[in-house]
Design a binder for this molecule. Sequence first.
Ligand code: AMP
Length: 189
Amino acid sequence: MLNIILFGAPGAGKGTQSREIVKKYDLAYISTGEILRKEIAEETELGLKAKDVINRGELLSDELIIGIIEHAIEQAGDKGVLFDGFPRTVKQAEALEALLEHHERHLSIVLSLSVPREELIQRMLKRAEIEGRVDDNEEVIQNRFKEYEAKTKPVADFYVQKGKLQKVDGTGAVEEVLNRLTIEIDKIK
Ligand code: AMP
């Protein structure tokens, strides 16, 4: 059973690539960002809590995110899972270890998309025009990068130490990047 983390900076193409990988390998898709945006649209209690934090480009509390993930893993049933946008802190990564063990799942691989900073910004500004995400404006983007550098980058080291991290060139056309990712997934299947 495949249990994959798609890792990368904001704008690296995690969402776009996830949708393709999930289809190709018939995986359950767990995107904390997507879950939160749905909660905001439905104006739930969780959505109300999340809204301002997301709009500032900051990270939500680990407790809140881990709660979301616990529920989502249960919902995945017998399917393999693709995590997008999680874990974003070392504490979340540690919690995931325990959760996977509890559900007798094994982390297959962490695929880390690398894209130069300038291109990340261009992609997010373009996405703002197409999707209208409120957190895709220049000021908030800078905050999201700050959070990424301070809290999320150490997650990559966490998985390097476990021998789980595979870097993948995230530049070029969507199909090219997808091809690079599937080569890595097929290697471990
Ligand atoms: P994303 O769609 O993955 O870029 O997530 C959008 C926003 O949701 C982030 O900028 C955070 O504010 C929040 N968020 C998503 N996933 C997480 C996470 N794992 N930990 C903390 N905050 C998160």
